[in-house]
Design a protein around this ligand. Sequence first.
Ligand code: FE2
Length: 335
Amino acid sequence: MINRILLSALCVAAIATPALANEVNVYSYREQKLIQPLFEAFTRDSGIKVNVISASSGLEQRIKTEGVNSPADVLLTVDVARLQDAIDADITQPIKSAALDKVVGSQYRDPAGNWYGISMRARVVYASKERVTQNAITYEELADPKWKGKICIRSGQHMYNNALFAAYLAKHGAAKTEEWLKGLKANLAQKPSGGDRETARDIAAGKCDIGIANTYYWALMNDKEAERKPWAAATKVILPTFQGGGTHVNLSGVVLARHAPNKANAMKLIEWLVGEHAQHMYAEMNYEYPLLAEIKVNPTIASYGTLKPDALPLAEIAKNKKAAANLVDKVGFDN
Ligand SMILES: [Fe+2]
């Protein structure tokens, strides 16, 4: 939900003193508890105050509606689909920064600079420690009939799965992807449901042997969520790869708002986000893979093995998201 009180207060402040205040306005889809410590650290490092508007949906539309008077400087979000949505809503402007280009590899940013990745997560396999002996797997193998009745997964239309399926489509083409989705569906133990944590829960309960989920959920359950620790304890994380490729990754990322009233501060924040301090926080607190090469991943994440990200640019994945969603409907994946 959008905090309307905060939003209107922010509008007044931004309109009253658009260029004078030493502040930056961030619209964010990220959980407050994840980003608040990050922004507090930025303020300590830079002296720039951060005003945050958090919401779980609709921020692109809000920025668009606010138009030239929008107080938004920066949009912080997860998933390349949402980063692409910002471009489609016409609320971005190109980010130009040699410092950013040095840290963020070309596969992790929009070719025209309209979004940049900040940190990375991988979509991996959770497997029963008890019932699954293998420690390597390909995404292609998930459609193998040997897994019949043994796979759990959340909705095929959820953005995390949509990006994975779009990557499959970019690599293999429509016909093979449709066949693979049919095979994967035929292997499901139950209708797609729940979230990534529930996939671990259902494996722990013996409903399925393997499932598909993001890297940080297992670490959160194992390290920080005592009541869900048994779900992590019953499962192991396998880093799958595409045949002849690497592991599918997605991004948390950032957009510079088209009419950013505090553009210079926004650029300072965006560059700070890929610096040592912030990248360390992303790795340790959010269990994400840092993009800054010299920052180590969290030890729990490191215990999965060495991530070899697939080389497909995230912008290519975004181009295939609609076609992937159509295929999911066509094969009745969620039915
Ligand atoms: Fe998530």
